[in-house]
Structure formats: C-alpha cells, structure tokens
Write a protein that binds this ligand. Structure first.
Ligand code: PLP
Length: 361
C-alpha cells in the first residue's frame, strides 16, 4: 500500500535532537555504574533515522522484536549489532540467522533449529537466554537452566553470549534489588559451572531505573534494554520523569475537520456505539464540539493528552471528538497531543500517519 504520497491530516513530529539528548544522558547515567544500553527500536518500528541517532550517540547494539525492523535498519545502512528481542518462531529461524547477530531465546527446539541452520551456513549464531524471574512473560525457569545450558553447549552453530530477564511487562513485577541479585548469582553460577564468560547480563528495561539509582553496585548486571526511557523520558514503574530528559520528543498533530456548537448529550433512541459499548454522557449543556481527522484505527486514543485545555470525548474508527471548552477551535486549526507508550506504538505503526522529523529543540 503506497499512501505516503497522499497528504495526511495527522502526523507525528519526531524531534531527533531531543531523542539524541535522551540517548546521551542515559548512556552516561547507566554507564556510571558499568551498564551498557541496548537501544530498543520496536517502539518506532525500526525507524532508521532514529536508529542512526542511537548509534551516533553511543549505542552500539540495537534490539527489536521484529525481524522486518532489523532488516529495515540493516538495509538502510545502520551500523550496529542487531538483536532479536523476542524468542524466534520456529518458522522464522532462517530469517533470524540472516538478519540478527544475536537472538533472545527460551525454547530448546528453536535453538536446535537455529544451530542447525547456522551450521549449514558455516556461521555461529549468538544467543541470549532469557530467564523467568516472576513477570511471567518469556523465560526459562531457573531450576531448568543447568540442563538447558548443557544441551545448548553441545550444539555447534550457536554460542551463548549472555542471559537476561524481563520485568514489568506482563505481570507488572518489579526488578527489585532481590531479583537483580538473584540474576547476578545465576550469572556467576553459569560462568563458573560452565567456564562460560557472559558478555551480556541484561537485567531488564526502562523499569530498572529505580533499582539502578538506589544500588551502589549493580553486581554482574552489565546491560539494560531501553525503549520508553529514551523516547518518552520516563521510568516505567510509576511513569516518573527521569531528571534532565525530554518527555516531548514526539508530538501528535491533527487537523480540525468540523467545529460546531452542539449539545453535549446525544439525542434520539440509543443502542451500541461503533465498538459495542452503550455510551453514557454527562450533560454539560451546549459545547463547542471539534472533530479531528483521526480515530481508533490510527491511534490508541486513550494514550493522547491534548496540549491545550480541551478534552477528548471519544472516538470512532476515523473521527475523534473534542470538547473544545473555551478554546475557539476552527476548521483547519491544528491540535497537538502528547503521547504515552501505547499511543506512541500505535502512531509509529500506522500507515495513515505521516512522520515528520525535526532536529531543533
Ligand atoms: C520491549 C522490550 C524492552 C524495552 O522496554 P521499555 O520499557 O520500552 O524500555 C526490553 N526488553 C524486552 C524483552 C522487550 O520486549
């Protein structure tokens, strides 16, 4: 589908200067206690302009959950090590070998196939083993680790370069000091038991900020995989702003396509709305209702916050309705919104939203 050329009434403005600043600050901050950052690019669909900002500002390893995104960055000439951030599907193993230097893994069947295909190509594919530590998304259970590693070590075609764990993604489980110490211990055990130096001991993601800030020593943890902190300037346990970072590197902008004074409560007999809900409305009398030209097909609307003092009343697939309050919004005016993580993911993934890059603060 090529709709890029058509004018779009909605766009995301990407301030590369602010992203560069956040990258530099975080690389230095985490580097102060020996932690290297993997730049997570899935959030921005492997956008090569953003990836290059990462690389130019001190990140040498880029991680993405989609092979297409790794390939996109590689084809665009981004100079980095590429990590597949999600355990590969059996059906995509060959593409993983061709497009990722390293993949994160939790299943022996997948690693066996990675090894077989890599060996046939005279290659050695690097793997990071993800360990389950309570968030209950991906991971090998610690009790099974010893047997698992022994089996991987017997395979030609793959080499274990690290271990990792993930937190606060599914179960909301915190990367506490206790969890980090446990991961450090496991790393120490693997290194001594198998005489296997681990290049990466990757302790988590943007949720690890509080842990890192509080501890003197990070133990054997030497890596974190950061997305949201870089893009939105926040840690992710409480969504607190990280001091000195920009939270507004991304702005969503859309145009008003209708603006009229209308009642605040729909009139007539009512049934379901577009998404099967029976909507309820508070009567605030007559209001200025402005419609902007995007909807739930384009953006996770609940993740948007208007910059002006106006309120999002709701959306259908391609209309979003605002109560303009005291703001005199007229047709053709542009309305700006800040984005949370879900909104950022959705606008970056939407083919209907133009990406506009700026560099100045
Ligand atoms: C998405 C993801 C990350 C990045 O998380 P942020 O909260 O954006 O920093 C890190 N690790 C894994 C395995 C992920 O899937």
């Amino acid at each position: 589908m090529t709709i890029r050329a058509a004018p779009a009434s909605s766009r995301v403005e990407i301030n590369l200067g602010k992203i560069a600043h956040n990258v530099k600050e975080l690389v230095q901050f985490y580097g102060s206690k020996g932690i290297e950052i993997m730049g997570v690019t899935k959030t921005v669909c492997g956008d090569p302009d953003i990836a290059n900002i990462f690389v130019d500002n001190g990140i040498r390893v880029l991680a993405d959950s989609k092979i297409e995104n790794l390939k996109k960055m590689h084809d665009a000439g981004v100079k980095a090590q590429f990590v597949l951030l999600r355990t590969p599907a059996l059906s995509e193993v060959e593409a993983v070998i061709n497009n990722a230097d390293i993949s994160m893994n939790t299943e022996i069947a997948v690693i066996r196939r990675l090894a077989m295909i890599a060996e046939a190509k005279n290659m050695v594919h690097q793997v990071i083993l993800m360990i389950e530590m309570g968030d209950l998304r991906e991971g090998i259970l610690p009790d099974n680790l010893e047997v698992f590693i022994q089996e991987v070590l017997n395979l030609k075609g793959v080499s274990i370069v690290g271990i990792g764990a993930n937190f606060a993604c599914f179960g909301g489980v915190k990367p506490s000091e206790e969890k980090m110490n446990r991961l450090s211990e496991l790393a120490g055990f693997i290194e001594s038991e198998f005489s296997l130096p681990l290049i990466y001991v990757s302790g988590g993601n943007s949720a690890n900020y509080n842990w890192f800030t509080a501890v003197k020593s990070t133990g054997k943890i030497n890596n974190l995989r950061l997305g949201e902190s870089i893009y939105l300037g926040r840690e992710t346990l409480d969504r607190k702003v990280i001091p000195g970072l920009f939270t507004d590197a991304f702005t969503f902008v859309s145009e008003v396509i209708e603006s009229k004074i209308k009642p605040s409560v729909p009139y007539g007999e009512t049934g379901q709305d577009a998404f099967g809900n029976y909507p309820q409305f508070r009567d605030r009398g007559m209001i200025r209702r402005a419609i902007v030209g995007f909807g739930s097909q384009d953006v996770l609307v609940k993740g948007l916050t208007p910059e002006l003092d106006i309120e999002i009343l709701g959306s259908s697939s391609d209309h979003t309705i605002l109560d303009a309050g005291l703001v005199d919004l007229q047709v053709g005016d542009e309305v700006k919104f800040s984005l949370d993580y879900g909104a950022l993911l959705s606008v970056m993934s939407s083919v209907y939203i133009t990406k506009k890059y700026t560099k100045v603060f």
